[in-house]
Design a protein around this ligand. Structure first.
Ligand code: AMP
Length: 541
């Protein structure tokens, strides 16, 4: 027997209509390139989004067309996040930090028809213009009419906006319609496109707004530092509007000082970004304190948040850290590490241990760990296995690539490529990427555990561990360490002594080298490919 409930399609225009109806007075604020703050209300935002949908039609964008965005986090980008899917097209967010050839490859692969470009990023884009095969129009914003450019077919966002019609009927009636496209950062092989649907993004938005997840409300003031070109800014553009939260966006002003000012001035309650951002902010706040007591959740994901940094934020600055894990393929939110009622009695240091884990799955996401033979492993907090997930906002295939067993299992799970343990109460902990584990003498050594321990040392700001080839053991760990700016000297022997408190001798790195910085990928993760090249495969030998 079938249920008798409405077949109400989960399309994203419903969020916008709700926000416009319920929260017309709520604000979207953006730091503009010149440092001033642009503010407008949800009512203005909704109206401009309809105008933008008409502009897209004028430019010939049809249902299913891909439309690229090359921009910082700002209000125009938010308008694009709604207008492009709202007229049935696909919002393809382009990573502004990619190497030119990779960016051109992605645009050609996606066959973008129109690209919207932030004027502050024009020179970076112009470099690849000649390589692009499919783009018919470029639309510039944050740029005035006198801007000179070598791009062909350029139009200006605000010119079009001034003349566009206010009325637009949202054009999607099938929730399975594609709405967004984001390529993974691709540390191996070509980048892979993840194609979200209205339904998957709507369910992700509901999932993210569960009270046990981010649970945003109209009382929140949310600062997405995580870029809108990285995994849909963790879904925040949609979950904020659904909840009616005020949104604050940094534009190109991403320095720790600018972020600290923004948090203090705008009374931000929820801020979200990768660990590197929060490392920088912590040192900024120590050097020049600001009042950031408005923050109820400092959300961190994309890479492991070092336990030492969680402790520093909570103990020294009184800031509640919410560690989250996800993947572009998961829209992206998968787990969160908030404390539960049975943790209330624990001493602080144990609470921070729990927060350093990646946490429990959101309702809607299922996870399991399996061994190399595909057998499901126990949730005992110790047994490590490959993490696999399934759920309504998780990819079942990559764009234009037939699903293969290296990414998707025969019984319908996505292989994350992460290695994890899960405790009996459901807290997952990533111990490594499958390809980053150090395999020494038949034992696995977790590079992440070593990094966390090193970063817990007061003089260490960042540490990355890689495997180096070893004739006797197969592989041995090597640590690259960056000291805090104010640190006095620290010796390798002192760091090894520090590690000896929690690691067996065979697990400790054979070599520790000091560096001025750790190379990062375009989305701010340690770039171990570069480190391996530098230290394991040759530059240092
Ligand atoms: P991306 O699709 O670029 O967001 O990368 C997803 C990958 O980032 C995951 O498979 C993890 O390896 C890593 N990652 C994301 N969040 C975390 C986290 N909180 N801790 C450790 N690794 C993370």
């Amino acid at each position: 027997m079938q249920g008798l409930m409405m077949d109400y399609q989960l399309t994203l225009d419903r969020i916008l209509k709700h926000a416009q109806r319920m929260f017309p007075h709520k604000q979207v604020s953006t730091k503009l390139p010149d440092g001033t703050l642009h503010r407008y209300t949800y009512a203005n935002f909704a109206q401009r989004t309809k105008r933008l949908a008409n502009i897209l039609r004028q430019l010939g964008v049809q249902k299913g067309d891909r439309v690229g965005t090359f921009a910082w986090n700002n209000y125009q980008h938010l308008e694009l996040y709604y207008a492009i899917p709202g007229c049935g097209a696909v919002c393809h967010t382009l990573n502004i930090r990619l190497f030119p050839d990779q960016l051109a490859w992605i645009i050609n692969h996606a066959e973008d028809k129109v690209v919207f470009i932030d004027g502050t990023l024009l020179p970076a884009f112009e470099r690849i213009a000649l390589q692009l095969n499919t783009v018919q129009h470029y639309v510039l914003f944050n740029a005035d009419r006198r801007t000179e450019t070598q791009l062909p077919n350029v139009v200006f966002y605000e010119d079009l906006m001034a003349e566009a019609d206010d009325d637009f009927s949202w054009a999607v009636d099938d929730e399975q319609t594609a709405m967004g496209l984001c390529y993974t950062s691709g540390t191996t092989g070509d980048p892979k496109g993840v194609l979200y649907s209205h339904r998957s993004m709507m369910l992700h938005t509901f999932g993210e707004n569960q009270a046990s997840a981010l649970g945003l409300t109209e009382e929140d003031v949310v600062l997405p530092v995580v870029p809108m070109f990285h995994a849909m800014a963790w879904g925040l553009p949609y979950s904020c509007t659904m909840a009616g939260a005020d949104i604050v966006m940094p534009g190109p002003h991403m320095t720790p000082a600018a972020l600290a000012d923004l948090i203090a001035e705008e009374h931000v309650t929820v801020a979200a970004g990768v660990p590197t951002i929060w490392t920088g902010l912590y040192h900024e706040l120590k050097a020049r304190p600001r009042d950031i007591s408005s923050i109820r959740a400092l959300v961190v994901g994309g890479s492991a948040m070092p336990r030492g940094l969680i402790e520093a934020y909570e103990k020294e600055l009184g800031v509640n850290v919410v560690h989250a894990w996800g993947m572009t393929e998961m829209s992206p939110l998968g787990t969160l590490s908030k404390l539960q009622s049975h943790h209330r009695h624990l001493p602080d240091h144990e609470k921070w241990d729990i927060k350093a884990r990646q946490g429990y799955a959101l309702a809607g996401v299922e996870m399991r760990i399996v061994n190399m033979d595909g057998e499901t492993l126990p949730w005992d907090g110790v047994t490590m296995g490959e993490l696999q997930v399934r759920g309504p906002w998780i990819a079942k295939s990559y764009y234009k690539v037939p699903p293969g067993p290296e990414h998707f299992t025969a019984d319908g799970w996505f292989r994350t490529g992460d290695v994890a343990t899960i405790t009996s109460d459901g807290y997952m902990c990533i111990t490594d990427r499958t390809k980053d584990l150090v395999k020494s003498g038949g034992e696995w050594i977790s590079s992440v555990a070593l990094e966390n321990a090193l970063m817990a040392h007061e003089r260490v700001m960042e540490a990355a561990v890689i495997a180096t080839p070893d004739a006797r053991w197969g592989e041995r760990p090597l640590a690259v360490v960056v000291l805090t700016p104010s640190a006095g000297a620290v010796t390798v022997a002192e760091l090894l002594e520090h590690l000896a408190q929690s690691f067996a001798k065979f697990q400790a790195p054979d070599r520790i080298v000091f560096a001025s910085e750790i190379p990062k990928t375009s989305v701010g993760k340690f770039d171990k490919k570069v480190l391996r090249h530098r230290y394991a495969e040759g530059e240092l030998g």
